[in-house]
Design a protein around this ligand. Structure first.
Ligand SMILES: [Zn+2]
Length: 256
């Protein structure tokens, strides 16, 4: 039986990174490094060393702390092979389908091109958790800086295929803003209305709206719902190719 903990750590303006600790092996990993000082303080407060950095993608607010943390802890930096030339200090290159063993924690690498071409997500079936970087947000998804809408729709379907109860840990707290866009598309979606109320209450208290989970996003996130009849109707795209519907939703959000 795995005895592990996930710590969700707010960083910078609206980033999150995550500490993953296995108590039996005393192994700790961090997923992305928006702020080395914040990560170091969180590790020190718990008496943990840092053994691994897992990188979702190469944007600065996900890799900024790599160098300082590697210097301090001599940890292994793991990241996607496809963008390895723009990720600093990388030691181990991974791609979709790879399996990592961090102490007693098994991690599967899922390739999710779209936001960047090399973007990967890290899924722990044991912990029922997936770390999605900037691929998916609650009620939203990452902007398409490098990939096509069809690629991103494919990537999002891989996340949709994970078990319903899988907790989704996202790279940013964008939920409240995303909720306004989602509601404009589906004003009669009851699950969405309930989620928006919950989000408003949490944010009024300064609390995170994350993690979310697969089932909740399938019910409320328009980017997960490009093949849902009601949403296609709302867009005037009944029966259209879901990838085209996804592209239209992304376009509208970019222009919102
Ligand atoms: Zn990014």
């Amino acid at each position: 039986m795995l005895n592990a903990e996930i710590v969700q750590l707010p960083c910078l303006k609206d980033n999150y990174c995550f500490l993953l600790h296995d108590f039996d092996s005393n192994i700790t990993a961090v997923i992305d490094t928006p702020d080395a000082n914040a990560i170091e303080a969180a590790l020190e407060a718990r008496g943990w060393q840092l053994d691994y950095i897992l990188t979702t993608h190469h944007h600065w607010d996900h890799i900024d702390g790599h160098e300082a943390l590697k210097q301090r802890y001599n940890c292994q930096v793991i990241g996607p092979r496809l963008n390895e030339n723009v990720i600093p200090d990388i030691d181990q290159r991974v791609e979709g389908g790879d399996v990592l063993q961090l102490g007693g924690i098994d991690i599967q690498v899922i390739a999710t091109p779209g936001h960047t071409l090399g973007h990967v997500c890290y899924w722990s079936q044991q912990l029922e958790a997936v770390f999605v970087g900037d691929t998916l947000f609650s009620m939203g998804c990452g902007r398409l800086f490098e990939g096509s809408p069809a690629q991103m729709w494919q990537s999002i379907q891989l996340l949709r295929d994970l078990p319903d109860t899988t907790a989704i840990y996202c790279g940013h707290e964008y939920t409240q803003n995303n909720a306004l866009f989602a509601l404009a598309l589906e004003p009669d979606n009851q699950r969405l209305l309930m989620r928006c109320d919950e989000v408003d209450i949490l944010r009024a208290k300064g609390l995170p709206t994350l993690p979310t989970n697969v089932q909740q996003e399938m019910q409320t996130n328009p980017f997960m719902r490009a093949d849902v009849v009601g949403l296609q109707q709302a867009l005037g795209m009944s029966g259209a190719d879901p990838a085209a519907v996804f592209a239209e939703i992304r376009l509208r959000k970019d222009q919102a």
